[in-house]
Design a protein around this ligand. Structure first.
Ligand code: SF4
Ligand code: SF4
Length: 401
């Protein structure tokens, strides 16, 4: 019998023949109804070191002006091969000058695609980077941009990519079954959908975190059963403490190029770094210079209360990440990392809760700096601006192409 790969999202199975279909499914749902316009003087995306595809690398090496910008390595150790260098090792792209691209017509595939990302798992999905402040502004239709972007790869290439990503997902499913921790993709996503309220308030988050660490659901439990178990779980996890620990850890990196970058509403680039016991906020300049703007005592950044509008914005973001195949792949990556010790739904719920806590903490940090004591839609949206680029960068099974 031909090996079968189960498309658990749809509850169907794909045969080898279907896997080789030259026209894989392309999911553009995250882009529907969204528009975008690039903002002059933002250039946030020019702080993310663009890697060079093999063709681009050849073309860059052949032209001295372009070759001068090549760096033989990427700041992220997972990215192999050549990339464009950053000014001063952690500033902007070599080719940025006063927030203008000096090689605009020759810019890389990465630069042309931004703010879209194409992820390949059991299908192709196009995601939008919500750290881009241009998303939501009246302008180009992101669905049309996403269609063009995906079409640019050609069916054959996409089929090949999907086929090899399918192998990884298939192996993951087998591993979860062998370990007795299997759970369908539909069910894990369903638990997050049903636990939206819990995942956006402290007691609920504490319950979910406690369940993620100590719950013991049966293999292939229904989403409803898992949700009932979560709701019966004692809220033992200390959410504020975890938020602080994770938040601080994120800024505790020796290399400035690895710190998360935030572009504020005045389009200033900001980085935050743990120095001793304090978080130091810096303005980052194109050439990599930093200028300290303030110091913050980490325990003073508690999770600020959210009003109804803030919670509703947070729920919307939770829905977005729950629909992302790369986030599901992140849950699978964690399950694998933890040696298939826990039910997949537990791991996935834990990842969703962790990310909501991290977002909440970052929104609180920014709000505190802005002198605000309550998180409404605007403050949560700022948190998402600071956070989404890092979420899209989480380790995952499947691949961005
Ligand atoms: S992050 Fe978005 S708005 Fe900013 S420069 Fe890049 S594409 Fe334009
Ligand atoms: S090549 Fe141009 S668009 Fe791309 S990151 Fe560099 S400056 Fe920005």
């Amino acid at each position: 019998m031909a090996p079968r790969w189960e498309n658990q999202q749809e509850g169907t199975s794909l045969t080898e023949q279907q896997r080789d279909d030259p026209a894989p499914e392309i999911d553009l749902s995250e882009l529907h109804g969204r528009t975008y316009k690039c903002i002059d003087d933002c250039a946030l995306c020019c702080l993310c070191q663009p890697e060079l595809l093999p063709d681009e690398e050849r073309a860059f090496r052949a032209a001295p002006k372009l070759a001068a910008g090549i760096s033989e390595s990427h700041i992220s150790p997972e990215v192999e091969g050549a990339a464009i260098g950053l000014k001063g090792r952690h500033g902007a792209c070599h080719f940025l000058s006063e927030k203008r691209c000096t090689i605009y017509d020759l810019r890389t595939h990465y630069c042309r695609s931004f703010p879209l990302n194409v992820f390949v798992g059991w299908r192709v999905q196009v995601n939008v980077n919500m750290s881009c402040r241009g998303v939501g502004l009246p302008g180009e239709d992101l669905t049309a941009l996403g269609e063009r972007l995906a079409a640019g790869y050609g069916s054959e290439r996409l089929s090949k990519e999907v086929s090899s990503a399918n192998d990884v997902f298939t192996q993951f499913i087998r591993n979860t079954r062998d370990a007795g921790v299997a759970q369908s993709f539909t069910s894990v996503r369903g638990t997050v959908e049903m636990l939206e309220d819990e995942l956006t308030e402290p007691i609920g988050l504490s319950r979910v975190m406690t369940f993620a660490e100590h719950g013991n659901p049966r293999e292939n439990s229904s989403a409803g059963d898992i949700v009932r178990r979560v709701r019966r779980t004692e809220a033992e996890a200390d959410i504020s403490e975890r938020a602080l620990m994770d938040g601080v850890e994120l800024f505790d990196l020796p290399d400035l190029s690895l710190l998360p970058v935030y572009v504020d509403q005045e389009l200033r680039w900001k980085i935050f770094k743990l120095v001793g016991k304090e978080i130091v906020a810096y303005d980052l300049h194109e050439d990599g210079r930093t200028m300290e703007t303030c110091r913050i005592d980490p325990p003073s950044i508690d999770l600020l209360p959210m009003n109804d509008g803030g919670r509703s914005t947070m729920r919307e973001y939770l829905r977005t990440i729950n629909a992302r195949d790369c986030f599901l792949g992140h849950g699978a990556y964690l399950c694998d990392l933890e040696g298939y010790e826990y039910n997949f739904a537990q791991v996935y719920l834990g990842a969703a809760a962790n990310n909501m806590i991290d977002l909440w903490w970052r929104a609180s940090l920014l709000a505190r700096l802005a002198g605000t004591d309550e998180l409404g839609p605007r403050e949560i949206r700022e948190g998402v601006t600071f956070f989404d680029m890092d979420l899209l960068d989480l380790s995952t099974i499947g691949a961005f192409i």
